[in-house]
Write a protein that binds this ligand. Structure first.
Ligand SMILES: *Cc1c(COP(=O)(O)O)cnc(C)c1O
Length: 447
């Protein structure tokens, strides 16, 4: 095992193919994995990691892969980002856990205050911290129900909100997320999403009217606690709703006493070229959910929102043993400092321009690329049979497989499995971003 201290700056920022991908040591570990780990826990690319930082992931066989995944939008500030390593190291020496609900500590309060400050809207806010994205979603629904005294929750087509029982109900896609795992939580309803590539380019306000009509006819505002939406859908295919869709929904919620919840678990923390994706349209959610990019890889999530809503549950109604663990809070504070000190919002925009420019150029010569979309460092291509909207998931699999073999980590997503998504860490140098795009261009030429 390699010993690494302050990993990121010491890892060479280049792609190295020392063996086939995966190499022999990874293959041996993977055989052990298959014998030891439940099959339901899948892996996209079974290279076993020993180090990561900047824009690369280094495996046990000495391969160095370009990272277009960030562990699913988590290591936005980079893996083992220096400030995160320092903060967590200091905290782990001081104390590792007391349980905030028993004997609290300052860093939890600092994270809550920071979230209250940086999330959209200048109204009075409160935050509560949890461990995972799904847990934040579950708690947001609890809070909205406690505040409104209503039960129903609306989620959207193509939505992904997690894998626990309530969040499975909120998630749209059956296999692999829901199939065989029912019965699901009740009082969850689904509305149509604005999906310009697949809804005939409906404008945002019109798409919102359709969704609102479904909600009014099938649920009724008087029964509805919350509308829950990802401002840019993640697992569903990096779907960016048409301009005006989100503001119209938020307005309708406000007019009807419905809590408008933005799930920014994947799109938050500088990823899209704003601190939060709602800001692209000036939308101010009542509650905003964060996780993934919040703490550089330490498990942490949050619900942040209007004080009057957040304070509805009584003491003891919210919490959990580990929620807002001190190591995760120390990491989150370092992440926020890093976003600011390294100007990562600007960095995300710059990376987005590079990706959109090169991928749009590629799409002009390859009619299998139906759409290039996304914002900042959250970009995707949707693959189709040439000149149609018929999804081509096999092509997405082939391109991803080719990229993996060449040492580029890419992920797929989408209801139809036909979307390649790119989520590089914002610590990736430009030359690696370009090299990754070179590999993708080659992948399209050879497949
Ligand atoms: C990943 C994700 C979740 C679930 O987060 P976990 O930490 O995996 O529970 C919820 N919503 C969105 C939009 C996500 O991307």
């Amino acid at each position: 095992m390699t010993t690494i201290d302050h990993a990121a700056p010491q890892i060479a920022q280049r792609r190295i193919l020392a063996t086939a991908i995966p190499g022999p040591k990874s293959a041996a570990l993977h055989a052990e994995k298959l014998a030891a780990v439940a099959s339901g826990v899948g892996t996209t690319l079974p290279v076993y990691v020993v180090a990561s930082g900047g824009g690369v992931v280094v495996d046990v066989d000495g391969n160095s892969l370009i990272d277009f995944g960030s562990g699913i939008a988590v290591t936005t500030v980079g893996n083992s980002a220096p400030a995160v390593v320092d903060a967590v190291t200091e905290q782990v020496r001081a104390f590792t856990h007391t349980c905030f609900m028993v004997t609290p500590y300052e860093s939890y309060v600092q994270v809550a205050s920071a979230l209250n400050r940086i999330t959209p809207g200048d109204h009075e806010k409160r935050s509560a911290l949890f461990n995972s994205g799904a847990e934040a979603v579950e708690n947001a629904v609890k809070i909205a129900r406690a505040h409104t005294g209503r039960q129903a929750v609306v989620a959207f087509d193509h939505a992904y909100h997690g894998r626990t029982n309530l969040t499975m109900a909120l998630t749209a896609k059956s296999a692999p997320y829901k199939s065989g795992f029912g019965p699901f939580a009740s009082e969850v309803y689904r509305a149509p999403m604005s999906y310009p590539f697949r809804d005939g380019d409906l404008d945002g306000p019109t798409a919102a009217r359709h969704a609102i009509s479904v909600i009014e006819k099938q649920v009724g505002a008087e029964n509805l606690a919350a509308v829950l939406i990802e401002p840019i859908q993640g697992e569903g295919g990096f779907i960016v709703p048409a301009p005006g869709f989100l503001p119209a929904l938020a307005d309708w919620c406000r007019a009807n006493g419905v809590v408008f919840i933005a799930d920014e678990i994947q799109s938050g923390f500088a990823r899209t070229g704003h601190m939060f994706a709602c800001e692209h349209e000036g939308v101010v959610p009542d509650l905003i959910l964060t996780a993934k990019g919040i703490a550089g890889g330490l498990p942490l999530s949050a619900v942040t929102g209007r004080a009057a809503i957040m304070d509805a549950p009584r003491a003891g109604g919210l919490g959990g043993t580990y929620g807002g663990n001190p190591l995760a809070c120390a990491a989150a504070l370092a992440v926020l400092d890093t976003i600011e000190s390294e100007n990562l919002i600007e960095r995300a925009r710059h990376m987005g321009e590079i990706m959109l420019d090169r991928l749009r150029t590629l799409s002009t010569t390859d009619t299998r690329i139906g759409e290039v979309r996304g914002r900042g460092a959250m970009i995707a291509v949707e693959l189709v049979e040439p000149g149609s909207t018929t999804p081509d998931s096999a092509l997405a699999q082939r391109i991803a497989g080719y990229a993996h073999a060449q040492g580029l980590i890419v992920l797929t997503c989408g209801t139809y499995g036909n979307v390649l998504r790119f989520l590089p860490p914002l610590s990736m140098p430009d030359h690696l971003l370009h090299e990754g795009l070179d590999i993708l261009e080659q992948a399209f030429r050879d497949n």
